[in-house]
Ligand binder design. Structure first.
Ligand code: SF4
Length: 68
């Protein structure tokens, strides 16, 4: 799987980090909200359930899981 995020719509809620800390971090930026940082753009299959929860519960729905 491959992860795509719409960084412009991320508001740094950190839900993704809570659900899948192996894959997502949230970092401060100079202007505006903290933003998600994808640590593994192609996470292994064993992290799928966590990544799916992160995508499902992201309040802004900015995480998309693509199949590669
Ligand atoms: S939960 Fe969604 S909006 Fe919040 S930091 Fe993660 S990707 Fe961004």
């Amino acid at each position: 799987m491959k992860i795509k995020v719409d960084i412009d719509l991320c508001q740094g809620h950190s839900v993704c980090l809570g659900e899948a800390p192996e894959v997502f971090d949230v970092v401060d930026v100079d202007d505006g909200y903290p933003r998600v940082k994808v640590l593994q753009a192609n996470p292994p299959e064993e992290l799928r359930a966590k990544v799916e929860r992160a995508a499902k519960y992201c309040p802004n729905s900015v995480i998309t899981i693509l199949e590669d």
